[in-house]
Design a protein around this ligand. Structure first.
Ligand SMILES: *[C@@H]1O[C@H](CO)[C@@H](O)[C@H](O)[C@H]1NC(C)=O
Ligand SMILES: *[C@@H]1O[C@H](CO)[C@@H](O)[C@H](O)[C@H]1NC(C)=O
Length: 486
């Protein structure tokens, strides 16, 4: 994750809420609150008026880096801390799969940690093109795609895990901090190739297109591969610069995208200098502010796709100087104020009414030790100049005051938040049929009731055929199940 939007914030705070960038946006209209005219829901989209909240937790093995401990977290532990079952968990793996240096096995995301929640939480799976070489796309073989498609076929198969999956390939592809970044023609070709390979095996995966917010585009890059220059230079003035569109070259086409995603971070006030560490609170209305300034919202509206904050959060800056740090940075506004003002910009009934397509929010539940890491000309982690990386805490379920504040704000949203239901073996999310199977039913002490579909009374007005089938069938299945058990 990486975002360099800060310079824009100051402009936008004082300016017209409907500001356009000073660059060619291919006549994208200035955004106005949408009319929500969609008639068919996207695969795994919650019903209108509902949102899904979840996290990307530190599932890697625990390790100590300077003064902090990273890793060792699980989705179950997140649910326990929150006192609720999150509706989505974000995990990642690479393509080709990374190979373990210990036993040479291929490293998939730790999906077993999702199973141990015993919930039907959605898996949000990011697929990163391998970062091991300068030409990551060249490393993706048909065999790699076949393995991924089979893996997803198995994960989503109702007779196996039966889990709903949102898949995000090559996130933040319009940024320069990943080796696969800023290569739009390659990205689009590989994205389509991957979608086609997966769809040949399963229709149960929902695809997320998730560029970075376009503020500060092209993020200091002056050199690109010649083959990509024509695509990047959208205004055809011969140079690739801030006048070019940060999104359109990367759009894979409507039929390849189910959700529009975005990464969204507050790291402090850019006016105080890079790397930001001033621990100032997130500006009110931040979510809308940034989405209005980026095109994610425009794409979601234009193509009537639901919008997901694929990863995001507000950083509490802890230390400077990366892993060698010992001295704490000034707390200033404090972790609660900084992070609460961030989540209140989306766990926010005004925002949700105004932008009903915004339906899923995933907090980057991580600490991050920034070191000299980004291989390009990125002001965030300058190699020269003596200012080294910042250690930041984006987690909102560890500090007791922050956690209490989050619980209060989530509770205030009530039924708007669609929490995960119990896992029911054999349940088919496409047809709403199947499950609970006999093994599960005989072991259960209380009836498993799916709480995360729309209630049966809303069937007549629901926008999703599969939702409607699902809720009706859930009632039927539940009835049959009761008849069998009692
Ligand atoms: C599950 O994976 C195997 C390969 O490991 C594959 O042969 C099979 O087709 C997959 N099942 C589904 C439903 O995709
Ligand atoms: C809630 O959202 C609205 C619309 O974006 C915004 O104006 C308001 O400032 C937000 N509230 C907070 C506390 O961010």
């Amino acid at each position: 994750m990486k975002l360099a939007f800060l310079a824009l914030v100051a402009t936008k705070l004082t300016g017209d809420p409907c500001l356009q960038h000073n660059k060619d946006h291919n006549n994208v209209p200035c955004l106005t609150p949408p009319t929500h005219s969609k008639t068919v829901a996207t695969l795994y989209e919650p019903a209108d008026g509902k949102i899904i909240f979840g996290a990307w937790v530190e599932t890697e093995a625990a390790s100590t880096v300077g003064p902090i401990t990273l890793g060792g977290d699980t989705p179950s532990a997140f649910n326990t801390r929150l006192g609720q079952n999150a509706g989505v968990f974000h995990m990642s793996q690479s393509i080709p799969l990374a190979i373990s240096p210990f036993d040479q096995t291929q490293q998939t995301a730790p999906l077993n940690l999702l199973e141990t929640t015993k919930t039907d939480a959605i898996l949000f799976l990011t697929i990163y093109p391998s970062q091991t070489g300068p030409t990551p796309y060249d490393l993706i073989t048909d065999r790699d795609l076949q393995l991924l498609a089979w893996q997803l076929g198995n994960v989503t198969d109702p007779t196996l895990s039966g889990r709903r999956v949102l898949l995000r390939f090559g996130p933040e592809m319009n940024g320069n901090w990943f080796a696969y970044g800023e290569q739009p023609t390659r990205y689009v070709a590989e994205y389509r190739r991957l979608v086609n390979a997966i769809r040949a095996v399963t229709k149960r995966v929902s695809f997320v297109w998730s560029p970075n917010a376009g503020n500060n585009y092209p993020f200091g890059v002056t050199r690109v591969a010649d083959a990509e220059l024509a695509a990047l230079d959208t205004n055809k003035d011969g140079v690739f610069d801030s006048e070019d569109d940060p999104f359109s070259p990367y759009w894979p086409g409507e039929e390849y995208v189910d959700w529009v995603g975005t990464s969204l971070y507050w790291k402090g006030d850019a006016a105080t200098g890079f790397p930001t560490k001033d621990n100032s609170r997130t500006p009110a209305g931040f979510f809308e502010l940034i989405l209005q300034g980026s095109e994610s919202l425009a794409y979601a509206e234009r193509y009537k796709k639901p919008l997901v904050m694929s990863e995001g959060g507000a950083a509490f800056a802890l230390y400077q100087d990366g892993p060698t740090a010992t001295v704490r940075l000034p707390v200033n506004a404090g972790q609660l104020a900084i992070q609460q003002s961030f989540w209140r910009s989306y766990l926010n009934t005004t925002l949700l009414r105004q932008f009903p397509r915004a339906k899923m929010f995933i907090n980057f539940e991580h600490q991050k030790v920034h070191v000299i890491f980004y291989s390009y000309n990125n002001p965030e982690d300058p190699i020269a100049g003596g200012t080294r990386g910042i250690t930041r805490d984006y987690r909102i379920t560890f500090d007791s005051a922050v956690l209490a504040g989050l619980k209060t704000d989530l509770a205030a949203l009530g039924a708007i938040v669609q929490w995960a239901g119990p896992y029911i073996a054999g349940y088919d999310w496409l047809t709403g049929s199947g499950g609970p199977n006999t093994a599960t039913a005989s072991a259960a002490t209380s009836a498993p009731v799916k709480t995360d579909g729309p209630p049966a009374t809303t069937v007549a007005v629901t926008t999703s055929k599969s939702d409607a089938i699902r809720s009706v069938t859930t009632v039927l299945v539940f009835g049959v199940w009761l008849a069998l058990v009692f």
